[in-house]
Design a binder for this molecule. Structure first.
Ligand SMILES: [Zn+2]
Length: 321
C-alpha cells in the first residue's frame, strides 16, 4: 500500500465534479489546479478534474493517456510543457467517458501540428463508434479530438521515447472499449477506470461493461504487474481516478470485486430479487473503505450493476477465476 495519504482531497473533489456532472450541473473549472506526480522513469501522473492523465516524455516528444475535460486543456498543456517542450505525438484514450476524452480536441489544438510529426489519437474502435454515435440534440464530439487511429485487435504496439508501449483491449469491463496501457520499459500501467482504488468500480453496462470482464481485466493487470521483493513497488499502476498504486493495491481491489461478485451470484442462485439482494447488503464490510457521501458509485449502485450484469448473461451459473 503506497501513498494512501495523497488520496483524499483530489479524489473527493473529482467525485464531487463527477456527481455534479451526473446531475447535469455546469462545472466550474476555474479553481481546478493540475498537479504533477512523478510515477517512475519518464512517466508522470497529472491530476486535475476528471480521470487521471498519464504522460510519457522523452527525446521523441510527448505521449499522453487521457485528456480530462476540455476547459482544463490550457492548464494541462502548461503542466506538460514543464515536463517537455517536445511535440505531442500520441494521445491514447482508455475509454469513451467524457472525463477521459473531453480534452482531446482542445489539447490537439494547443499542441499545434507539425505535418512531419503528426499527432495520433489512439483508442479501441468501440470508443470511436460511441463518440461518433451522438444522440439527437446532443452536440457532436469535436472532430479534431476523435481517435481516428483506432484499433480492433487484441493489442496494439508502439515504440516511442525508447520504450515499448503495449495497448491491450480489455473486453466488456468498465465499458466495451477499455484499453490498458503498459509502458514496458518504465514498468508502469495506465489502467483507466477498470481500476479505481478508492471507490467501487463503475460497471457501465449501458456501454458494454460487465462484472465478468471487469474481473478478467483486473486479473490481467495482475498478470502484467510484477511487485518488487517486498510486495511493495515494482510495477506502478496509474488508476482511472485516485492515487498511484502498486500490485498489492490491485490485489486488494480485485479480491473485493470477486468476493462481492460471488456473494451476489449466490443470492441470485437462491432466486433473490434485486431489492432483496440490496437489503442483504453484500458489500457491507467494504463500504467504509470504498464509499463516501460523495461517491460516484455508492453501495447500492455497485450491487445493482453486478446483479444486472450477472442476470443479463449466463454468468450467474458459470464458475470462473
Ligand atoms: Zn469511465
Amino acid at each position: 500500500m503506497i501513498r494512501k495519504s495523497a488520496l483524499s482531497i483530489f479524489f473527493l473533489s473529482l467525485l464531487l465534479l463527477l456527481v455534479a456532472r451526473a446531475k447535469g450541473q455546469a462545472q466550474n473549472f476555474d479553481n481546478v489546479q493540475i498537479h504533477i506526480e512523478p510515477v517512475q522513469h519518464n512517466i508522470y501522473m497529472l491530476v486535475g478534474a476528471g480521470g487521471n492523465t498519464t504522460v510519457q516524455v522523452g527525446s521523441e516528444g510527448v505521449l499522453m493517456v487521457d485528456t480530462q475535460f476540455a476547459p482544463l486543456a490550457p492548464k494541462l498543456m502548461a503542466e506538460i510543457r514543464k515536463l517537455s517542450p517536445g511535440p505531442l505525438r500520441y494521445i491514447i484514450n482508455t475509454h469513451m467517458h467524457s472525463d477521459h476524452v473531453g480534452g482531446n480536441a482542445a489539447i490537439a489544438k494547443l499542441a499545434g501540428s507539425d505535418p512531419a510529426l503528426p499527432l495520433k489519437i489512439i483508442a479501441q474502435e468501440n470508443v470511436l463508434n460511441r463518440l461518433t454515435a451522438t444522440a439527437p440534440g446532443q452536440a457532436p464530439f469535436p472532430e479534431a479530438g476523435l481517435p481516428i487511429d483506432e484499433y480492433g485487435t487484441a493489442t496494439k504496439n508502439l515504440h516511442f521515447n525508447g520504450e515499448a508501449i503495449i495497448i491491450y483491449h480489455e473486453p466488456n469491463a468498465h465499458t466495451d472499449g477499455d484499453s490498458l496501457v503498459l509502458f514496458r520499459g518504465s514498468d508502469v500501467i495506465s489502467s483507466g477506470d477498470i481500476f479505481t482504488p478508492d471507490g467501487y468500480p463503475f460497471l457501465d453496462i449501458e456501454h458494454g461493461g460487465s462484472i465478468q470482464g471487469e474481473i478478467l481485466a483486473l486479473n490481467h493487470i495482475l498478470q502484467l504487474a510484477v511487485p518488487a521483493k517486498t510486495q511493495e513497488g515494482g510495477t506502478y499502476i496509474v488508476p482511472g481516478h485516485g492515487r498511484i498504486c502498486d500490485d498489492a493495491d490491485v490485489v486488494e481491489f480485485r479480491d473485493m470485486v470477486v468476493i462481492v461478485r460471488d456473494r451476489i451470484r449466490n443470492m441470485i442462485q437462491k432466486n433473490m430479487t434485486l431489492e432483496q439482494v440490496k437489503a442483504a447488503k453484500p458489500t457491507r464490510d467494504y463500504d467504509t473503505e470504498y464509499v463516501t457521501s460523495n461517491s460516484f458509485v455508492n453501495a447500492d449502485r455497485f450491487v445493482e450493476a453486478v446483479y444486472k450484469s450477472l442476470s443479463h448473461s449466463t454468468e450467474a451459473g458459470r464458475s470462473s477465476r
